[in-house]
Design a protein around this ligand. Sequence first.
Ligand code: AMP
Length: 343
Amino acid sequence: MNYENKTETGLFDAVREFVSGHGSFLLLTHVGPDGDGLLACVALSQHLRARKKKATIAVEGSYPSFVAPYDPEGLVRTLEELSAHDDWAEHFDAVLVIDTGKPKRIGKFRHALAASGLPVGVIDHHIAEEDNFEGPSAIDPVSAAVGEMIAEFLQGEGDDFSDSLTVRALFGALSYDTGHFRFTNTTEKTLRWASFLMERGANPNEAYSVFWESNSAASVKLLGHLMSNLHVECGGRLAWFALSKKDLEDYGVQREETEEYISVPRSIKSVEVIAFFSELEKNLIRVSLRSKGRVTIHEVATRFGGGGHAFASGARTHDTLEKTAADITRALAEKIRAELGPD
Ligand code: AMP
């Protein structure tokens, strides 16, 4: 684990050249932006602006509430706000896509981006897929968070990490994608960065409270409902649950408040794999898969048109909640049995 070496071997060379060759950037992350991708964008934007470049961050859909404490200047824009500029090429000269490498993962931005003809660079920590963007990329699936890659990139660029928002945002990104330094993706390098950022003012409790102590009472009650209907199968090794749109409406809960539900069944000792099926619209289901580290689940996500990491993956299906849950839990049970043996 030697991040200095990785920089020497050129992980960031193409992206560095891309950044130095342009002056006005649009920073995008994947649909359903999370604490890692979006806070990594905030840190990168601070760095670019300090270098006298322009940087605009945009998200598809609504403005996630967790970002407010990290966006004091209101820099994060929604797609609707950005659409007021009909010609991106007049405002930006390059796009940096952070925390995904796939055009289909940036949702509605994909068409505007293609129409703009702007060049695209990628910084991502997901397993690279064939349908990734073709432009200059830095992809490191071993990094715990894309925020860790941004920290490394900034260090290579000579950033002195004196900007407190950069420091807080990078710490928040690390905290988010490692479940506050608990998941198997947490490495000694991650903890070194966490320590480095704490020495410069990051407060671990800030990220913890933003991501894990900011939900409504209704969302905890909905969680109780889902957990009391939790399915535990495959010899206790597979836990899954499904959330319908009606559940959200009945309990008056915002979808973003359900992001961390998937971590709850991890507390069951026998459980190795967790699946969470969430109805976005009729016949559009978001699938979230997690593994405690003994069973890789990425192949199952890929088989259903998704992707991600070895132990944290996802997909979207165009099917009913019931059919999606039946198909995917069957595939997961097969995978568990193939890797760990019969029930
Ligand atoms: P989620 O369960 O939505 O938090 O996603 C877990 C991981 O899988 C994240 O790293 C996502 O970027 C990735 N992922 C989720 N959905 C998809 C998808 N449809 N295609 C590719 N990767 C995905």
